[in-house]
Design a protein around this ligand. Structure first.
Ligand code: ADP
Length: 619
């Protein structure tokens, strides 16, 4: 129970904090994810910047060595030493043209110390440099000062952006005879730059975009061009300042704590909306230029949101699983609680029932004790009643008995007197005959007296096999006086040898009661009484039928009740059948009363048949 309450606490209140926790973790994960993504973008972008920077350096390095090498060529020096007028160096023109073609450069040309082009690879082209003066270009000035130089600028003749490498042509005496220039266009470089995944451009020292994969950015300025730079641009005719517009790149915040600026710039596809880019840049090592890379944040954002969505989906899945688990736990707890309550209720009911049962048991025990006492009392009363019944029977018998005894006594007296007289008369034979009668009479009286003593004795409760025939015979002997007086005819038929469970004296009492009642029921005519013994399975029926007036219908249900009698006062006590009924029940038998269709009553006593061998039961 205690445990269940604890579990319920967790299940019920943990859901809300858990949801908040999940939200916090998800938020923190998003921040972390964004940080990781941006960091990766910075690293990736920086690596690209490095790579592109190297590409640019290599590209320029490829051409930077050409001018000094050409300048040292004896044919060039020899031509310059002759210091011919422009147009006269036909062979050198052809030489320069061949070199230019081989190197893949835009133009290769030679300038006199005054800045006039003496020979050029494009001598035969639409636009020829031969005869043109580029003395204003810094690359010329620097080379004339004895140093190889480089310069970016818009071609004054071609209008194309070009890059110039120059080297002094030194004569044998060490004098500077002129300048050799190799010009390249940066279109090829820009084509290479277009292939990088993110827009790349290069700004010069004034912040003007001089090289860019995207045409929209070319010759636009990242910031304000200061006065010094303006002056230099004009002086060197690098490009027309009026054509330089502000770059369409606007600041749009920053990443990772302001360290990395984010800008909005035109997409590589001219028709697309401007996009957000991470702006990375570094100085190019060998020039005063800066290389810029606009790292496309859109793709990164897409990846970030996909990852965030995956994270959210995972969080939702985990939350759902947790919610499901919590719900299941809650249900489990509820079920446990219900079971607990049901068990408690059951225990309470059982306790109540047990108490009830205990009380009922106590009551029952008390009742059993009472019943036992009552039974003992009943048994005592019953045996007293039997005794009383016997006394009553004795009373009834006494009249008959006095006659029974007086009659033989009178007869004995006359037979004795006769015997004396015959002796005196010398008639010994007659005297003996009379004495013999006396003897038989006394024997009969002795037998009667013996029956009486046995009948009056209190009978024990024991039950044993009893032969029915002799019991009936003895009862009839005791009733012989009454039978004679009523002139009754009593017959006994059937299985007289059968044995039943019972007590001889009590059974004899039953027979005497039934036969006595049968005699009483025929006051007018001579009673005809039939006693029959019939086997009925495990039992034996003793049927006593008479031809008397029968039992009134109203009395049929009550004749076995104690003190029920229809006989006049003094004649019947109403105890005979009640006692007989109880005796038979004690023997395990039954007793029934009915009227015969031809008149008279039929009393049926069933008794349990005994298998044991006959044994005269003496009670
Ligand atoms: P009592 O003989 O003292 O009246 P019993 O219990 O023996 O008491 O008999 C009860 C009553 O049953 C009798 O008064 C009588 O009315 C009726 N009875 C018993 N046996 C017979 C019978 N064979 N024929 C008609 N009535 C009978």
């Amino acid at each position: 129970m205690k445990q269940a309450a604890g579990l319920r606490g967790i299940g019920g209140t943990a859901a809300l904090p858990l949801a908040v926790l999940i939200a916090l973790v998800a938020g923190a994960s998003l921040l972390l994810l964004s940080h990781v993504f941006r960091k990766e973008a910075v690293e990736d972008g920086s690596a690209t910047v490095e790579r592109v920077s190297e590409t640019i350096e290599t590209w320029f390095a490829r051409y930077s060595a050409l001018a000094p090498i050409y300048a040292r060529d004896p044919r060039v020096i020899a031509a310059m030493e002759q210091s011919r007028a422009p147009g006269e160096l036909r062979e050198l023109n052809l030489e320069l043209e061949a070199w230019n073609r081989l190197a893949g450069s835009s133009d290769t040309y030679v300038m006199a110390p005054d800045g006039t082009t003496l020979a050029a690879s494009n001598w035969n082209g639409e636009v020829s440099f031969v005869g043109q003066n580029f003395a204003y270009r810094p690359y010329f000035k620097n080379a004339m000062a004895g140093e190889p130089a480089e310069f970016f600028g818009l071609g004054t003749t071609s209008g194309l952006r070009g890059y110039y490498f120059s080297a002094p042509i030194v004569g044998e005496g060490g004098a500077i005879l002129g300048v050799l220039v190799v010009k390249i266009t940066i279109d090829a470089l820009e084509r290479t730059l277009r292939d990088t995944a993110h827009p790349v451009f290069v700004t010069d020292e004034a912040g003007v975009i001089i090289i860019s994969g995207s045409p929209a950015l070319r010759l636009t300025a990242l910031g304000e061009i200061d006065e010094t730079d303006r002056a230099r641009i004009e002086e060197t005719r690098k490009f027309a300042l009026s054509a330089v517009t502000p770059a369409p790149i606007e600041p749009a915040g920053s990443w990772l704590g302001g360290e990395f600026p984010v800008v909005r710039a035109p997409a590589p596809n001219a028709n697309a909306e401007p996009r957000s880019y991470l702006h990375l840049s570094r100085a190019l090592p060998s020039r005063e230029w800066r290389l810029h890379l606009l790292y496309d944040a859109a793709g990164l954002n897409r990846q970030f949101w996909i990852a965030a969505l995956a994270l959210a989906a995972a969080a939702i899945a985990i939350s759902s699983l947790i919610a499901l688990a919590l719900q299941r736990r809650r249900r489990l707890i509820e079920r446990l609680g219900e079971r607990e309550r049901a068990r408690d209720a059951l225990e309470r009911r059982v306790a109540l029932r047990t108490a009830d049962l205990t009380r009922a048991n106590e009551r029952l025990e008390a009742e059993v004790a009472e019943r036992r006492a009552a039974e003992a009392e009943l048994r005592r009363t019953q045996s007293e009643l039997i005794q009383a019944g016997k006394l009553a029977a004795l009373g009834q018998m006494s009249a008959g008995l006095s006659h029974e005894f007086n009659q033989p006594l009178t007869a004995i007296r006359s037979y004795s007197e006769n015997a004396i007289a015959f002796f005196e008369a010398g008639r010994g034979d007659r005297a003996a005959e009379n004495l013999g009668r006396v003897l038989r009479l006394t024997e009969r009286m002795a037998q009667l007296s013996k029956h009486l003593t046995r009948f009056a004795r209190r009978s024990p409760d024991g039950i044993s096999p009893v032969r029915v025939g002799p019991v009936i015979a003895e009862a009839l002997t005791l009733l012989s006086a009454r039978i004679e007086r009523a002139d009754a005819r009593v017959t006994v038929e059937g299985q007289v040898d059968v044995q039943v469970f019972g007590g001889a004296v009590r059974l004899q009492h039953v027979v005497m009661n039934l036969v006595g009642n049968a005699i009483d029921a025929s006051p007018s005519g001579p009673p005809v009484i039939a006693i029959r013994l019939e086997p009925r399975g495990e039992e034996v029926a003793m049927i006593v039928e008479d031809n008397g007036h029968g039992i009134p219908d109203a009395a049929l249900d009550s004749i076995f009740d104690p003190f029920f009698t229809t006989k006049e006062v003094g004649k019947g006590l109403g105890l005979g059948l009640s006692i007989s009924y109880n005796i038979v029940r004690d023997f395990g038998g039954t007793m029934q009363a009915e009227n015969r269709s031809e008149g008279g009553a039929r009393m049926t006593v069933t008794l349990r048949r005994a298998e044991a061998p006959a044994q005269e039961a003496a009670e």
